[in-house]
Design a protein around this ligand. Structure first.
Ligand SMILES: Cc1ncc(C[n+]2csc(CCOP(=O)(O)OP(=O)(O)O)c2C)c(N)n1
Ligand SMILES: [Mg+2]
Length: 330
């Protein structure tokens, strides 16, 4: 059983606050038309990426979704280069070619966000297979996925092979009650996504996704299991999608009042603040100080992204091929 000490509390709060500030900044800039392409925000779901990634080693791997900024930050991505990527700049983590939905940074084990819903399972499972069978180390691979994504065939294929071959994969479901405009109950055959684990012979765990420490504890157990060669675990984190599906979504399918009330009652940052204060681990002033540092960090990231250059037109073929065939002279 892990203990919540001051160092860990600070780390959790800072990661969640960084994600929140990052997303609020991206939301403003996307609404102002400064960001190309669709943006999907992680506001209200910060505890999941934070708790899971805190249970991992830097060398462990994650596969993310279209809603992936929080996963990148929690795994340790540089926020300046993330912001530059979202703005489409050459200094971005993928040289401005990927944007919000395709951020990757292999140097920190972030194998990629993914615009293809359900596109991450087989990449994460394949990476786990490679580490277990070829590289022969005890690296663990995590795939984040939504409730809607759990209905893709790729989930069922990956879960089956991961279980049969006892691969070190952790399936982390972000059960936020919505898949785009469709409510969970109208599209999904099971009461809980974790029920699906039974069909694949792996443990299926439900955790309160608004409680960062609960997520961390569940992730630590799944990581231990995976490293010990006992195979995959499915962790279902109950959360709620506070923002529209994408920035600019008119949200005609649900009431704003209801969403705001849920956020008011379940905001993972406010809740963690209350918890750590009542446990005497951090004061309100110390949390405010972290908030301030995060705001400054994200303001600097935005300034960095704005001043960087867009890729040159002549470089449009760069990175199209893995070898040098597509490389321009510029
Ligand atoms: C293969 C595929 N089908 C459909 C889409 C369109 N689409 C983008 S996000 C989304 C909903 C995903 O819902 P969920 O998996 O619950 O993730 P959430 O957005 O709630 O985080 C859909 C249908 C897509 N990008 N890829
Ligand atoms: Mg969803």
């Amino acid at each position: 059983m892990k203990q919540l000490n001051r160092k860990r509390a600070e780390q959790f709060y800072e990661t969640m606050a960084t994600i929140r500030c990052f997303e609020e900044s991206v939301k403003r800039d996307s609404m102002a038309g400064e960001i190309p392409g669709f943006v999907h925000l992680y506001i209200g779901e910060e505890a999941i990426a934070t708790g899971v990634c805190a249970a991992l080693r830097p060398t462990d791997l994650i596969e993310s979704t279209h809603r992936g900024h929080g996963h990148c930050i929690a795994k340790g991505a540089d926020v300046n280069r993330m912001m530059a990527e979202i703005f489409g700049k050459e200094t971005g983590l993928c040289a401005g070619r990927g944007g919000s939905m395709h951020i990757a940074d292999f140097s920190i084990g972030m194998l990629g966000a993914n615009g293809v819903v359900g596109g991450g399972y087989n990449l994460a499972t394949g990476a786990a297979l490679a580490h277990k069978m070829i590289l022969g180390d005890d690296t663990v691979s995590v795939v984040f996925f939504g409730d809607g994504a759990s209905n893709r065939g790729t989930f069922h294929e990956a879960a089956n092979v991961a279980s049969v071959w006892k691969l070190p994969v952790i399936f982390v479901n972000e059960m936020n009650c919505w898949a785009s405009t469709t409510p969970y109950r109208t599209t999904t055959s099971v009461e809980n996504i974790s029920d699906r684990a039974k069909g694949y012979g792996m443990p299926g765990i439900i955790v309160d996704g608004q409680d960062v420490f609960a997520v961390y504890q569940a992730a630590c157990e799944a990581v231990d299991r995976a490293r010990a060669g006992e195979g995959p675990t499915l962790i279902e984190c109950k959360t709620y999608r506070i923002e529209g599906h994408f920035v600019g979504d008119p949200e005609l399918y649900r009431s704003k009042e209801e969403t705001l009330k849920i956020f008011h009652d379940t905001d993972p940052l406010k809740r963690f603040r209350r918890d750590i204060q009542s446990m005497g681990l951090m004061t309100s002033e110390e949390c405010d100080e972290i908030d301030l540092v995060c705001r400054q960090k994200i303001k600097a990231a935005k300034e960095y992204a704005e001043k960087c250059d867009y890729p040159k037109n002549s470089s449009y073929m760069d990175y199209v091929y893995a070898d040098e065939r597509g490389k321009s002279d510029a």
